[in-house]
Design a binder for this molecule. Structure first.
Ligand SMILES: [Zn+2]
Length: 257
């Protein structure tokens, strides 16, 4: 199958939005492109052999020519199309086997702050896959595994970190605003927060977490981040066949303390 026409792509490999309104305007203008990408991804999934899609590309993290492989499930009965989870399951052949979300997160971290030898980094949530990558590059890496709760920031943690990386945990925080405030307090001025979480690109409001039912973030997360004291918040929308970032609405968030 011919590769997706790069000429019709935009902002390789990601587009950045500072507000829900900016994203709405962009997606209004880009609907045909989104539809074409979706049709292309469906065709790739349907053409897969032995429940796997393999494609050549370049890994933005191990910096080599590689192949990306994705598990393709059997077709869902209601759509008759397979619905692969490109975000979590498009995996690089490098030894760390990083999926699309982690590779894209590391690429945003590179762009926002880099991983520099003197940095102190706090890692929250389920992020084992990228911890070795971070740990060998920085002075200190602290991890919080379970809920990743960080509140209130202890005195020891006040302005203690240059970078907080949070992987799929903010949606599960029952006190989201307090957690964001604690994250802000734990960062040094100018420090960066980079995170992913389940996100509904059509939702203006975050659905809060309740006992037994983790929430889903909506576009108000950008305002919430700024209300927590951050200078700026942005959403980065990824799509690149070359870098192995297929799938709709693959968003990563960043903010500056
Ligand atoms: Zn790789």
């Amino acid at each position: 199958m011919r590769r997706f026409d790069v000429e019709t792509s935009f902002h390789f490999p990601y587009a950045t939005f500072a507000s829900a309104a900016a994203f709405a305007e962009f997606s209004g203008d880009s609907q045909r492109l989104f539809d074409a990408r979706y049709a292309y991804e469906v065709a790739l999934a349907r053409a897969a052999r032995e429940n796997s899609h393999i494609s050549p590309g370049t890994c933005g993290i191990c910096l080599s020519q590689t192949t990306f492989s994705t598990i393709i499930p059997d077709a869902a009965p209601h759509t008759e199309n397979p619905e692969p989870n490109w975000r979590e399951e498009q995996v690089c052949a490098c030894p760390e086997r990083l999926n699309a979300r982690f590779r894209a997160m590391l690429q945003v971290i590179d762009a926002e702050s880099g991983l520099l030898p003197w940095m102190r980094v706090l890692v929250l949530g389920a992020s084992q896959a990228i911890e070795q990558h971070i740990d060998v590059r920085v002075a200190a890496m602290i991890t919080r595994r379970r809920s990743g709760r960080l509140q209130p920031a202890t005195e020891r943690e006040e302005a203690a970190y240059h970078l907080i990386v949070s992987s799929e945990h903010l949606h599960a925080e029952p006190m989201l605003q307090k957690t964001l405030q604690s994250m802000h307090a734990a960062l040094m001025p100018g420090g960066k927060l980079v995170f992913t979480a389940p996100f509904d690109a059509r939702a203006t409001e975050t659905r809060p977490s309740r006992p037994g039912a983790p929430g889903v973030l909506g576009w108000d997360i950008l305002d919430r981040i700024e209300r927590a004291g951050f200078d700026s918040a942005a959403a980065h929308l990824f799509w690149s066949e070359e870098f192995g970032y297929l799938g709709p609405f693959n968003l990563i968030f960043s903010a500056s303390a």
